[in-house]
Design a protein around this ligand. Structure first.
Ligand code: ATP
Length: 253
């Protein structure tokens, strides 16, 4: 469903994405992990068509994002990590506005909006201005907006930031259900516990290159780390053993 081929993005002297190739099949929840500055946000912006690649190609559901950007984008729901939201709308107005951008039928849009607001415990706030919402409530509204048009592909940057445990559980369940129904989710996160619990496959990017890709069990084998959790595997594959020994020596003193 998502095909990335030899993707390169260079900013002046920095090569942020360096020959990245990946395939994410339909119905899969793919976790995109990597240290700070590895190239995750740049890859997501390229996937969204917000940045032009230096070279390489991206196709979503068989549609090349640079040949037919609108055709590809209607299939995508995007959940950014630092969202911009116009706060002078009510929650319901916001969802109806997003649905309108996708030319959705008004009664379908309203019924889907009501379902999301109920699911995220926001129904009683549907007619309140967003400026009165908490950070977590805004995040839930943004997730609802990204999903209202039933996208085939969901691209998510750090979905759980600002959510309380119930909200995080709701999002996990929602994502699992979406994948079961055939939606493909590409999720960038630093939360290795979430990636381990949720993802069918994870890819680790470092210095713009994919250094490992597979299920957590496959990565465990690649890292030759028989019983490690994703955190140990991640640190080993990204060469951060030094940090672990520093922590161990701090503990010992
Ligand atoms: P983090 O986990 O810290 O958010 P990331 O994996 O999302 O990091 P990117 O934001 O994609 O990493 O950055 C990858 C590299 O590209 C970094 O070296 C960064 O400094 C550089 N970079 C990102 N955006 C720009 C830009 N607009 N101009 C120049 N360099 C940039």
């Amino acid at each position: 469903m998502i095909q990335i081929k030899n993707l390169v993005k260079q900013y002046q002297s920095v090569v942020a994405v360096d020959g990245l190739s990946l395939e994410v099949p339909k119905g899969q929840l793919f976790g995109f992990l990597g240290p700070n500055g590895a190239g995750k946000t740049t890859t997501i912006k390229l996937l969204m068509g917000l940045l032009k690649p230096t070279s390489g190609s991206i196709s979503i559901g068989g549609v090349d994002i640079h040949e037919d950007p609108v055709g590809a984008k209607v299939m995508i729901g995007y959940i950014p990590d630092r969202p911009y939201i116009y706060e002078k709308l009510t929650g319901m107005e916001y969802l109806e506005f997003i649905a309108d951008l996708y030319s959705m039928d008004k009664s379908l849009a309203r019924s889907r909006a009501v379902k999301f607001l109920e699911f995220f415990d926001l129904k009683d706030f549907a007619d309140e201005l967003i400026e009165g919402y908490s950070h977590g409530m805004k995040q839930k509204l943004i997730i609802s907006g990204a999903l209202i048009h039933t996208p085939k592909v969901v691209i998510v940057d750090e979905p759980m930031v600002g959510l309380d445990p119930r909200g995080a559980r709701q999002v996990k369940e929602l994502f699992r259900d979406l994948c079961r129904e055939g939606t493909t989710i590409f999720m960038s996160t630093h939360s290795l516990g979430i990636a381990e619990a949720m993802c069918h496959q994870v890819g680790i990017i470092q210095k713009g290159r994919i250094i490992a890709v597979g299920s957590v069990d496959e990565l465990r084998q690649q890292a030759e780390h028989d019983h490690g959790g994703l955190e140990e595997i991640f640190l080993k594959l990204t060469g951060d053993n030094e940090m672990q020994s520093l922590i161990d020596s701090l503990k010992a003193t």
